[in-house]
Design a protein around this ligand. Structure first.
Ligand SMILES: Nc1nc2c(ncn2[C@@H]2O[C@H](COP(=O)(O)OP(=O)(O)OP(=O)(O)O)[C@@H](O)[C@H]2O)c(=O)[nH]1
Ligand SMILES: [Mg+2]
Length: 266
């Protein structure tokens, strides 16, 4: 039973990956540019968008709100979000801006975490990068046209799972490499998905996510030897979601087949 449920969970997780990719193909990869103030986030947004979309000034705290723009990178749809720089502050406008930055990061597919490589590292960077946890990210060491003071080796050692690029928004050095890496998040993900079915609507994706969660709960329940009656609750919920997904209600038949050996309900 546990093996059967685990294998269903694995297949649902593959379908979920295809759902995510279908969603990206339709709506674009959501890339959020985040980092401390004045590191060049808005400059990077303008560079990637090939236009002066957002205000850039030498003053820290220029961007107060998130700004989203739709672009194409090598023909792929990408939605880029510039954000307010994150720092300790008691200023109410900045506090609201930073709250929005965090929400945008949460909703993103990939975070471009920008640092000013002409400055020595700031302790906030370590903490902010740690906060990103498993979120897919690219670290951008910007202002590489200036004398470099950041400890790049330490950043590489501490962030072994993230790609790191040196860029300049003035000379445009490194921008093309960065674009290749962003596109890689779309094409590499596609290569990973072996499912032919592509789920692309938000509703279908939510139903799949719920079904996956229910089957995972059932698998964990089976592992902890929960009674079949309790497992049946999660499996029924998963079947309800999948039934809604394919437009059929098949719960009773499947439940009977799955649990017949345990004589559920008798
Ligand atoms: N030399 C150099 N200066 C840069 C580069 N990128 C940005 N700058 C300058 O750095 C300053 C800050 O740039 P912004 O793009 O406004 O920085 P930001 O991170 O959006 O700042 P906030 O909105 O305050 O968080 C500006 O004076 C830019 O011209 C770069 O690659 N090289
Ligand atoms: Mg800005």
């Amino acid at each position: 039973m546990e093996t059967q449920l685990a294998s269903i969970a694995q297949r649902l997780s593959k379908l979920l990956l295809s759902a995510r990719l279908g969603f990206i193909a339709k709506n674009g990869l959501k890339v959020v540019i985040a980092g401390r103030p004045n590191v060049g986030k808005s400059s990077l947004m303008n560079c990637l968008a090939r236009t002066d979309r957002v205000i850039v000034t030498p003053y820290a705290g220029t961007t107060r709100d998130t700004v989203e723009t739709q672009i194409q990178i090598q023909g792929f749809p990408v939605s880029i979000v510039d954000t307010a720089g994150i720092q300790e502050t008691s200023h109410p406008i900045e506090i609201e801006g930073i709250k929005r930055t965090k929400a945008a990061v949460f909703e993103s597919d990939v975070v471009l975490y920008v640092m000013d490589a002409s400055q020595e590292g700031h302790p906030d960077d370590d903490a902010l990068l740690r906060d990103l946890g498993d979120k897919p990210k690219i670290i951008v060491l910007n202002k590489c046209d200036l004398p470099q003071n950041v400890n790049e080796r330490r950043i590489r050692l501490q962030n072994k799972n993230a790609a790191i690029f040196n860029t300049s928004c003035i000379t445009h050095e490194g921008i093309e490499w960065l674009e290749n890496e962003i596109v890689g998040f779309i094409t590499h993900g596609k290569a990973q998905s072996s499912e032919e079915v592509v789920v692309s609507s938000v509703r279908q994706k939510h139903l799949l996510e719920k079904a996956f969660q229910n089957v995972t709960d059932a698998t964990n329940g089976a592992r902890s030897q929960l009674s079949p009656e309790l497992l049946a609750v999660d499996v029924r919920l998963a079947l309800d979601q999948l039934g809604a997904l394919v437009g059929e209600v098949v719960t009773d038949d499947i439940l009977e087949a799955l649990f017949s050996q345990f004589c559920v309900g008798k």
